[in-house]
Design a protein around this ligand. Sequence first.
Ligand code: GLY
Length: 357
Amino acid sequence: MSKFLKQIHVNTLPGYEVVISDGLIKSCGEWLHKYFLTSCKIAVISDSTVGPLYLKDVVDSLTTWNFMVSVYTFEAGESRKNFTTLSNILEYLAAERLTRSDCVIALGGGVVGDMAGFAAACYLRGIRYIQMPTTMLAAVDSSVGGKTAIDLRAGKNLAGAFLQPSAVLCDLDCLKSLPRSVLLGGIAEAVKTGVLCDETLFSLFENGNISTDYGEIIARCVAYKAGVVERDEREQGERKLLNLGHTIGHAIEKCSGYTTPHGQAVAAGLAIIARSAERLSWTLEPIGNRITTCLAELGLPVVTRYTAEALADAALSDKKRSGEEITLVIPKKIGLCELKKIPVSELLPVIEAGLGV
Ligand code: GLY
């Protein structure tokens, strides 16, 4: 019997359900069979970290419900989110003779979701895929909204496609055994959501404790993101708000050669832009210290060892740049942010203003 069950509809065209519950790894075949898919071939894509933990249960459940299942795993890590892995997955799908009525499952964290989603978007010009996030970061953010991508040498997620999944099955049991640093990476994205739209959510994190009520945290983040994605699927406007902390966060990732995990980089990016916004008098209330303290007490980074020059240089190859302007997400107060376009020449002083605690 599930202890927590929430279903959130994402009203895109076509729309889909995000199911957040316990036990979904073991019952995925039943869920897919009853609600989302008729009998078909399914290629489950996973990585070397997640595969050994959950592939057996997923395959058993799918075969019990008469799906024809095959499995492809690749070496875990952001450095594998590249053309070589994409090409290997595409060749695998072709060798397995998946057709347009078949389906891919992304079983893993953000890298697996992005890779398998992009492969599904490319293969036969697009086949269905299901997201099964196994990390907090994938659960609160990357499994929902249809962004798929790989990294290029010039920067993160620079080649990709929008393709909404056919469903998202988020099993809360996967989160219980996550190493704390991996869990915290996802919590950083949840803190971001609190700053964007939900002071109650933000306050949950302020005492430095990570609530074990992960279902509620994920549901709040997904409900907000679903609304944003429904109104702006292709990131023409409002969806850019979800990039809060990401311009500097992606720059930190790039400067570190992608050894700094995404969530930790976003935490530092969020703290830096919050301090900078306050010092430049762009905020409605003093939030720099509040956001910095919240993240630091959780054990997330709030500073970076890279110089403002190195970060600005890295940020200017980010896709948030548009010609000679770049759009920043500025926190005004907890629960309210706005987009601000600045000339690229002003990015350096903005970053400089926020570097020191
Ligand atoms: N991760 C931000 C977005 O999906 O738009």
